[in-house]
Structure formats: C-alpha cells, structure tokens
Design a protein around this ligand. Structure first.
Ligand code: UDP
Length: 312
C-alpha cells in the first residue's frame, strides 16, 4: 500500500517507516525536521519504496504528492514536554490545521487515517488507571496545554470527519514510549537518564520521584498501530505498557543496568507534572488481541546498548 507518514523522521515515525518498508509498502515520509532528524531515516533512503520530503504540512500542499495514499499516518508534532513548550504555536498548529489538511487529503483519496493522540489528553488524571472513557483533567491554560489541548482538538476533528464523512479513522492514545532513536536531548526521562549515564553525570529526578509512568518499548507500539488500522474500531484506544513504575524505580533500574556507580540528584518538580500514569489496555487486548511483550529491563537494555554503539 501507499502510506504517507507525517513526522516520519521523528522517533516513532522512523520506526513506523521502517516497519512499513519491511512489510513491502511504499512510504512517503514528510517531516519539517523541527524536532525530527534525517539521521533517523538515512538508513532507509536507499530503498526505492521510500521517499523523504522535507516540508512543513502547514505550508506544504500535501495534495501535490504524486501518489494516491491508501493510508495517512499523522504523527507530526513536537512530543516531549521541553519540545512543545519551546514550540507552542507550531504544536497547536500541526495538531489542528495540520490534522485538518491531512484529513482533507484522506477524504479526497478515500484513504484511512491514523492520528497519534496521547495519554496527555487525560492531563493529571483523577482516575487510575486511565480507561478510554475517562475524559481527563487538563489545565487548558497551563504550560502543557498546547500539547494536551492540541491533541484533544485533533481527536475532535478526527471524530468529526469520521462521523460526517464515514472516513476510516484511528485514534491511538499513546502512553510513554521509548527505544532507540529518541533524541538524547529531548528532555524526556529515559533519554535524559541515558545521556547522563553516558557522560557519568548524576541521574536527575524532578520532584520527589514518586510520580509514576508506564513505559512501552517502541516495537510493541508499532505492532499495535498496524493491527489497529485493520479494524473497524474508530474511537480512541489506549496503547502502552500497563506495568507502572515510580521515577525512582526507573532510575534505580537504569543505574543497575549501566553497571556504573552513578548518583541520583533531586531537582524541583515541574508544574502540572502528572503524578501518575498507567494505561488500562483492556480495550486494546480485546479488539487487537495485543499486549506489550517487551519487559522494561529488556527494552532499556536494547535502548542503552543502541546508544553505547552509536557513541563508539
Ligand atoms: N523526569 C525526571 N527527570 C528527568 C526527566 C523527567 O524525573 O530528567 C520526570 C518528569 O518530571 C515526569 C516523568 O519523569 O514525571 C516523565 O517525564 P517525561 O518528560 O519523560 O514524559 P511525560 O510523561 O511527563 O510526558
């Protein structure tokens, strides 16, 4: 099939492009490289079924692409807290105007459409673990709102196209995901810890470290995307690993894995930092027959090994 992947040179996007090519698909990767990097897809550029287009979907007329897409994966968006706080307007625009433009093309082409939503739509959740039916606890004017509200608006837009035009749309809500090719300076906890390990610096914990997250290895997540687009299920679906850890536990695991004698440094907590996050993936299990298979230790080891190799 012909697939367009916006944000294809980002962390998740590059893994998705790679998997689609492995499956024999044609991939048109569009990325303005605001937070993505060509390095992430350089290894794919020799493949005749892969095309990289450096454009911003806000200004680029996506309808000029010479192929008729069968599916559009709209991943383009800054996604780590420091990134979307640095690019607040770009984040709001790519999730609103950008999503609208991609949906419009999907409608014309009769293509399926997947929009990467996020666990951030639940904000700092008052219900734990989070089910898709929970509507969230989001501060609409806080520092995270550009991302949270951008994604919430994007979801509303996707559902409107689905309801109005019968478009086959998909709304994975992605929980914390990690793996090779995350930008080490993107500010998220696992890349931060890895870069601190590689430079023998203390691991930084924001706040008391008792806040929780649940981390999914990237390969598990991509598998779920590809199962989801074959279904007739169009409402949001949580995708993530339900094993929950405090940030202190994560730091201890990474310290052990590194084999180095690294200390832990506690810094001030972040504003609006969700205290707990864990997906309820009952729905994904039911409709996709999917659940994550890669344990945190195994995924962290693969990720750390990747960066050690890249550093050499
Ligand atoms: N965090 C931390 N140290 C770091 C980076 C992040 O303690 O160097 C914490 C952060 O405050 C949050 C959790 O780790 O509670 C996950 O943060 P991340 O930015 O990875 O993603 P989020 O889930 O907040 O979008």
């Amino acid at each position: 099939m012909n697939a367009i992947v916006t944000g294809g040179a980002g962390f998740l996007g590059s893994h998705l492009c790679e998997r689609l090519l492995k499956n024999g698909d044609y991939v048109y990767c569009i990325d303005n490289l605001i937070t993505g990097s060509f390095e992430n897809v350089k290894h794919l550029s020799g493949n005749i079924r892969f095309k990289f287009i450096q454009e911003d979907i806000i200004s680029f007329n996506i309808e000029n692409i010479s192929i008729k897409p069968d599916i559009i994966f709209h991943l383009a968006s800054p996604a780590s807290p420091p990134d979307y706080m640095k690019f607040p307007l770009e984040t709001l625009r790519v999730n609103s105007i950008g999503t609208d433009r991609c949906l419009s093309l999907a409608k014309k082409a009769g293509a399926r459409f997947l929009f990467t939503s996020t666990s951030e739509v639940y904000g700092d959740p008052l219900v734990h673990p989070q089910k898709e039916t929970y509507w969230g606890n989001v501060n609409p004017v806080g520092p995270r709102s550009v991302y949270d509200e951008g994604k919430r608006y994007g979801e509303a837009l996707v559902m409107a196209y689905h309801r109005q035009y019968g478009l086959k749309t998909y709304l994975p809500r992605i929980f914390n995901t990690y793996g090779p090719r995350m930008r080490l300076n993107d500010g998220r906890v696992i890349p931060n810890f890895i870069s601190q390990i590689l430079s023998s610096k203390p691991l930084t914990i924001y706040g008391d470290g008792k806040q929780t997250r649940s981390f999914c290895y990237v390969d598990d997540l991509i598998s779920a995307f590809l199962l989801l687009i074959e279904t007739d299920y169009h409402l949001p679906v949580n995708l993530g690993n339900p094993e929950e850890f405090t940030i202190i536990e994560l730091a201890e695991k990474m310290k052990k894995l590194s084999g180095a004698d690294i200390s832990i440094k506690f810094l001030d907590g972040l504003p609006d930092d969700p205290k707990q996050r864990k997906p309820d993936i009952t729905l994904a299990k039911k409709i996709l027959g999917w659940f994550p298979t890669i344990k945190l230790e195994e995924g962290l080891k693969k990720t750390l090994d990747y960066y050690i190799k890249v550093k050499k």
